[in-house]
Design a protein around this ligand. Structure first.
Ligand code: AHR
Length: 528
């Protein structure tokens, strides 16, 4: 709430922390004279899979539902998503997409086949949310569609037919079928994922095999949109290397050819990466979503910081194969994955706490600072699954701390990255030692500068001296998200303990601005 100001007793309580915790001192320099690349708004993309209550109840309740809806889509959810300008949504999976036949989700709903969702709990899937429901939803919230094709169990022909069905303006039978099913105008499919986790649930392929499959798909899909190659599993750099070696070009640019029609342009527009945060690096030992220890907190932060190294190493491989920078990275799945509630098997529903907000702020800062290559990302997942933006319970809905971070950071979407330098103490606990402060800065088309700051230390506040180089700094205003408990989280029907509040910012003195970042906080500052 903008009216509330974090000041006085509350601020003192938050920055003082335990008696032994002294305030850390940090310096941040922003250089306005060396603007960088644009922070692509698609970094703020979302992922919506047929999993748990992500689609059904989360997005889709049907026209007959007592829950207020717009043509079957939850009204409260649509409004909340529009408010933060969600730029793209990835659908239908995930692993669900690797067994998805698009024919199941078109035509009269009552006649659609019922399948078993084998990846997620063996629940029945009545396909009432299919192509038309997804494409119209994306249009309704003003987002681009990112369709993940089933490479794991269908053929290039099936994918080509689906894309023709969605995007053709011709008089072909497929385009006419779409018209008959209620959509006259073709849709635009901006992003096309050629497979999902093809090393795992998406086909169990080797990198070499997938690279050849990719080449085959390109030959039929080239006219359709931005083509995204299936992910390397987090830090599987060998996958990226082999994929680029074998599939980046139809014909390597340094090998002469007499065949003029062979393009020397890359045939991969983006490579994708999937990476999840747990507490530590062991998939089998996940931390609870609430009621966790400081050790869990520290290990989660350490794991999230790995995103930085991972992007740098995938980028280094790209630099060798694509020195002109034509190929981007799509971080198509990211977010926190906590221990699943045993009472809700397989649906990956989890509470969203202050820890999730700090992870979101840190990850988005890392993406911004690598914006030269990271051109897209998708939070896993948008609603009711893993690190969601929104949770629902029947007709009730709440905005998570992660949603608030996406809201706080909105001004970065499409803005120009400004280089920053940070000097701050590490946050250390047991074997963990990571930088305590994460920042990113950008300037939008109106010339406004936004600085986002994340203090990941759960105990120590930080006094941050901000120096704006190349432009006079006259003042700032900002909002902060924080709380006293590491696992503070919103609950249905109760006041939100993590709604961002206005931050009291002192006057600029001798050209420097001194801001106190409470322990475990996310801040967005507008610099004047
Ligand atoms: O987001 C949940 C699952 O995580 C996705 O289905 C899969 O792609 C990944 O392993």
């Amino acid at each position: 709430m903008l009216g509330k100001i974090l000041s006085g007793a509350l601020l003192l309580a938050l920055i003082a922390g335990p008696a032994q915790a002294q305030t850390a001192v940090a310096n941040v320099t922003i250089d306005t004279s060396k603007p960088g690349v644009e922070i692509d708004r698609h970094i703020y993309g979302q992922f919506a899979e047929h999993l748990g209550r992500g689609i059904y109840e989360g997005i889709w309740v049907g026209e007959a539902s007592p829950i207020p809806n717009i043509r079957g889509y939850r009204k409260d959810v649509v409004e909340a998503l529009k408010k933060i300008h969600v730029p793209n949504v990835r659908w239908p999976g995930g692993c669900f997409g690797d067994l998805y036949d698009w024919h199941d989700g078109i035509g009269p709903r009552a006649k659609r086949p019922v399948r078993v969702n084998v990846h997620w709990g063996g629940v029945t899937e009545d396909n009432s949310f299919g192509t038309h429901e997804f494409m119209n939803f994306a249009e309704l919230i003003g987002a681009e569609a990112y369709v993940s094709l089933n490479v794991g169990s269908l053929t290039p022909y099936d994918s080509a037919q689906w894309l023709e069905y969605m995007t053709s303006d011709s008089r072909s039978s497929l385009a006419n079928e779409r018209r008959k099913n209620g959509r006259a105008k073709p849709w635009k499919v901006q992003f096309i994922g050629i497979g999902n986790e093809t090393w795992g649930c998406g086909g169990n392929m080797t990198a070499e095999y997938y690279a050849d499959v990719y080449r085959q798909y390109v030959s039929v899909l080239k006219p359709y949109g931005t083509l995204i190659a299936s992910d390397s599993n987090s830090d599987d750099y060998e996958w990226t290397e082999k994929l680029l070696q074998r599939a980046l070009y139809r014909h390597p640019p340094d090998v002469p050819t007499t065949l003029a029609y062979i393009s020397k342009q890359p045939q991969i527009n983006m490579i994708s990466v999937h990476f999840y945060t747990f507490s530590g690096n062991d998939w089998g030992k996940k931390s609870p979503a609430v009621g966790f220890t400081e050790q869990d907190w520290a290990r989660s932060m350490e794991r999230t910081w790995k995103t930085d190294e991972m992007i740098a190493r995938h980028t280094a491989i790209l630099e060798r194969h694509d020195p002109k920078g034509q190929v981007g990275i799509s971080f198509s799945e990211w977010g926190a994955w906590w221990a699943t509630d045993k009472n809700r098997p397989s649906n990956l529903y989890q509470e969203n706490t202050l820890r999730d907000a700090v992870i979101a702020g840190l990850t988005l800062n890392i993406f911004h600072n690598h914006a030269a290559r990271v051109r897209m990302a998708n939070l896993a997942q948008m609603l009711n699954v893993l690190q969601s933006l929104i949770l629902t319970d029947g007709e009730k809905m709440l905005l998570t701390p992660t949603y608030h971070v996406f809201d706080l950071y909105q001004a970065h979407q499409g803005a120009t990255l400004l280089p920053t330098r940070v000097s701050a103490p590490d946050y250390a606990l047991d074997a963990v030692k990571v930088p305590s402060l994460s920042v990113s800065a950008s300037r939008n088309a109106q010339g406004e500068i936004t600085l986002s700051l994340v203090n990941i230390d759960p105990v120590r506040a930080a006094r941050v001296e901000i120096d704006l180089q190349g432009r006079e700094l006259r003042g700032a205003s900002g909002r902060v998200l924080t709380s006293t408990a590491m696992d503070a989280h919103p609950q249905f029907g109760k006041a939100d303990p993590l709604e961002p509040v206005a931050l009291e910012v002192p006057r600029v003195r001798k050209g420097l601005l001194s801001v106190t970042a409470p322990a475990k906080s996310v801040i967005a500052l507008k610099l004047r």
